[in-house]
Write a new protein. Sequence first.
Length: 490
Amino acid sequence: MGPTSASRRRPETSPPVPRRQPSVRNNEEARDLNGAALPEVVTALALRRTHRRLIQMLALLGDVAAITVAFALGATIMYGDPLNHQALNTIAAILPMYLLLASSQHAFTMAVVARARLGVLRAGGSLLMAIFVVGLVAFFLQTVVGVSRGVVGLGTVFAVGSIGLFRVWLAIYSHRLLGDVTINEVVIQDDIPAMALVRMGSIVLDAARDNIALRLDSPSMLDRLGRCLQPADRVVVVCSNGRRALWASALKSSNVNAEILAGELDPVGAIGIGHYNGSTTLAVSTASLSVTDQVFKRALDVTLVLLAMPFLVPFMLVCAIAIKLDSHGPVFFRQPRVGLGNRVFRIYKFRSMKVAQTDVMGTSSTSRDDARITRVGRFIRKTSIDEIPQVLNVLAGDMSIVGPRPHPLECKAEERLFWDIDSRYWHRHAVKPGMTGLAQIRGFRGATHKEVDLTNRLQADLEYMAGWSIWRDFGIIVATFRVLVHRNAF
């Protein structure tokens, strides 16, 4: 007599005990209240979590060891003593600052550690910034006595090199242990197929197959679900509308970041959930930079501008005299432009056009042989000198040194306003506008005669906002010097 339908379904609801017992600290941890074995993926998730913590700890301890050994080696070369007070003083000053800066740049997170190039840039950049900050503070406080430049110089070279090599090795080691996915991401499919939606590297649990079909009146079932999800970092549930409330109720007590897929909300672009007066709201916007990132970015802006002021002030004075001698009118040109949060501010530039023909609203793009431009104006526009007064906007807090370039209120491309060309245009105003930006160093500057001129800049601006870091700002500042004189600068 053939098997009954009940016996055929049995493997779907009660998986057999694997031949190889899961390697956990206690066999009871691999079973639910009824003694049924949990899916082997639970053991795999727990092991992955242990590996991730190990890698993050290695990143921290490895960086500290590399910096310590590097400066001790510098002292050995200079004085023949790795414990020379020169090295000890330098290490004691630099290490705390490095750990602070590296932590603020998330240099010890798996998302950074697992990517060799990003890990080297974050760690190496944090070290150089720490050395710069410590040196600057020591200079102003006149505490440089007893610190050898040779030890600092050699130690810096050795430290940057050793951290770079260590971070490359650690990234390779991370991929050997974890593969391409750096978090424990679990997708639960319940009464809806989810395989077409699952991204590569996620672990899939089937509610029926793995015997976690949700029942809020069954402690045994909830125990099994809790044990399955305990090692997870993120859980995404794919289920029908009628099952969402049950899953939401069960997951609220799971002590894990859990979400329920709601594809019908895709057009809204929700980024989170909020509450207002007892009702649920959909979060659709948040600050592009955290408070910590904003503080670091502002500190960089103010520091660089103040350091440059002794050189800029005399140069700006010479430019002002040249402009006054060349044509009648004010030295500065102030124009309303769209800034942070779509708020309008007035940007400062050296006046480069004849007063009677200036275009305050920006309705007409400047052409290569524009008759409105003065003789001095043509030179300062071609060399980007006309943009220097924007350091005043940076000090006032309206602008940053690096960010999307602010546009006049009525800029057009092919007779269409910028925001009519691409609805994402307003998204670029979620950060402060900048004197320079990613679009500018890529050559997207000058007049916007075609719609593609705008879309190229917009895409670069959105890319900058999505991948912001203090080190990317440094890179853009350095790269800007290569494009100060540009064929589209007129």
